[in-house]
Design a protein around this ligand. Structure first.
Ligand SMILES: Nc1ncnc2c1ncn2[C@@H]1O[C@H](COP(=O)(O)OP(=O)(O)OP(=O)(O)O)[C@@H](O)[C@H]1O
Ligand SMILES: [Mg+2]
Length: 379
C-alpha cells in the first residue's frame, strides 16, 4: 500500500475531529469563532473530493454533517427558524462535497485518457521509427544487391574474355620453362609469369563464384561439424604461423539449413583473414551460441592488429584489399553466402586489440542431447 493511501484519510479525519472539537469546546458567546469553524469544514470536504472523487467528497460531507449536527441540535437549541443559516450550511457541505468530487473525478478520468493516448502515440512513434530503420537497411541491401548483380554480368563477360587467353599464356609459359634450368634468371621470370597467371585466374574464378547464382542445395547441417571441418583444414597453417586456433562448442548441438559447401567457404574466408592478419603468438577463438532463441551466433574473435575505422566501412566492397596478393573478394563473397542463408554478418574491430566477426544464421533445430561433447578443440 502506498504511503499516501494511509496519510490522506488520516489528514481528512484529523481535520474533521479537530474542527468538531473546536465547535464543541468553544463557548457559545463567541459566535464569530463558530462562524470561522463552520467554514473550516470545507477544507476536509474539498480535500476528500479532490483525492477520492464524487464518493469521497459526498462521504466526507456526510461525516461532517453528522459530526456537526449534535452541536447544532443540543448546544445551539436546533430551532429551525433561528438557526436556518446553520442548516443551510449543512446542505451546502453536501452540495460542495458532491459537485467538487464529481468535477475532480472527471478531471482525473480525462488525465488518464490523455496519458493512455500519449502512451499509444509513443508506441506508434517507436514502431514508425523501427520501420523506417528497417526500410533504410533494406534499401541499403537492395542497392548492394543491384551493384553485385551488375558486377555479376560484368564478370561473365570478363571471364569469357580473360579465361581462355590466360590458359594459353600459362600453357606457353610452361613450355618455355622447360628450356631453362632452375637458377637461370629467365627460369625465375617464367616462374613469376606462371604464378601471376594463376593469381589472375583465381581472381576470375572468385569473381565468377560470387556472380553465379547457384541453385540452392539446402540441407540440415550441424554448425559445429562444419566449423570443425574448416578448423581442421586450417590447423596446419595456424601451427606454422604459431597462432592458437580454438573452437569452442555450443552448449547444445545446433542444426541449421544450409548449403554445406558454401557455408564452409564462408567460414574459411573469415578464419583465413584472421590468420593472415595476425602476427605469430596470436589467438583465434571461435564460439557458437544461441541468440534470441531462433538465431545461431558464431563469433570469430582474433587478437590481430584490428581494422582502422576508416577502412572498416569498406571491407565488404568487392576488390577492396590491403594485402599485396589479396583479391579483395573474400568478405564480399562471404557476406553474400551468409545473406543467401537468411543470416547477417557484422564486423567489429579495435585497432591493436583485434577483430570480431559475428555471423548470425536462423536455427532449424536445437538438439538437447546431454551426451553432446562439450570440450574446446585446440589446434
Ligand atoms: N580479421 C581481420 N583482421 C584485420 N583485417 C581484416 C580482417 N578481416 C578482413 N580484414 C581486412 O579486410 C580486407 C578485405 O578482406 P577480404 O577477405 O574481402 O579480402 P582479402 O583478404 O584482402 O583478399 P582475399 O580475396 O584473398 O580474401 C582485408 O584486406 C583486410 O584489410
Ligand atoms: Mg580474405
Amino acid at each position: 500500500m502506498g504511503k499516501s493511501a494511509l496519510v490522506r484519510p488520516l489528514v481528512i479525519i484529523s481535520f474533521v475531529i479537530c474542527i468538531s472539537l473546536l465547535h464543541y469546546l468553544t463557548p457559545l458567546h463567541l459566535p464569530y469563532l463558530h462562524d470561522i469553524f463552520q467554514r473550516l469544514y470545507y477544507l476536509p470536504i474539498i480535500l476528500a473530493a479532490l483525492w477520492y472523487g464524487f464518493r469521497g467528497g459526498l462521504l466526507c460531507s456526510i461525516v461532517v454533517s453528522v459530526s456537526y449536527a449534535p452541536h447544532l441540535l443540543f448546544q445551539w437549541g436546533g430551532h429551525l427558524t433561528m438557526e436556518m443559516e446553520k442548516y443551510l450550511e449543512i446542505l451546502l457541505y453536501n452540495v460542495v462535497g458532491s459537485v467538487t468530487g464529481l468535477l475532480s473525478q472527471r478531471e482525473c478520468e480525462r488525465t488518464v485518457e490523455l496519458q493512455k493516448t500519449a502512451l499509444g502515440l509513443e508506441e506508434s512513434f517507436r514502431k514508425l521509427q523501427c520501420q523506417s530503420e528497417r526500410i533504410i537497411v533494406i534499401e541499403e541491401q537492395l542497392r548492394r544487391a543491384e551493384k553485385l548483380s551488375m558486377l555479376g554480368e560484368m564478370a561473365a563477360v570478363l571471364a569469357h574474355e580473360i579465361r581462355n587467353p590466360l590458359g594459353s599464356i600459362r600453357g606457353t609459359a610452361e613450355i618455355l620453362k622447360d628450356d631453362y634450368s632452375p637458377g637461370d634468371p629467365k627460369y625465375e621470370f617464367i616462374e613469376i609469369q606462371i604464378k601471376e597467371t594463376e593469381r589472375l585466374n583465381r581472381v576470375v574464378e572468385d569473381f565468377l563464384r560470387m556472380a553465379r547464382t547457384q541453385p540452392a542445395d539446402m540441407l540440415p547441417c550441424l554448425v559445429q561439424e562444419e566449423l570443425e571441418t574448416i578448423v581442421t583444414l586450417l590447423a596446419n597453417d595456424a601451427r606454422e604461423r604459431k597462432i592458437k586456433l580454438v573452437l569452442q562448442p555450443p552448449c547444445v548441438p545446433i542444426i541449421i539449413e544450409a548449403n554445406g559447401e558454401k557455408l564452409r567457404q564462408a567460414f574459411l574466408n573469415i578464419i583465413i583473414n584472421a590468420l593472415q592478419a595476425m602476427p605469430s603468438g596470436g589467438n583465434v577463438l571461435i564460439t557458437t551460441t544461441v541468440f534470441q532463441a531462433e538465431l545461431c551466433e558464431i563469433q570469430f574473435r582474433d587478437t590481430g592488429p584490428g581494422i582502422p575505422s576508416g577502412t572498416l566501412g569498406r571491407i565488404f566492397e568487392p576488390f577492396f584489399t590491403t594485402k599485396p596478393d589479396g583479391t579483395g573478394l573474400g568478405l564480399a563473397i562471404t557476406r553474400k553466402i551468409i545473406e543467401s542463408h537468411g543470416g547477417t554478418m557484422l564486423v567489429k574491430s579495435e585497432v591493436e586489440r583485434g577483430t570480431t566477426v559475428t555471423v548470425r544464421l536462423p536455427i532449424q533445430l536445437q538438439l538437447t542431447e546431454e551426451t553432446f561433447e562439450g570440450e574446446d578443440t585446440r589446434y
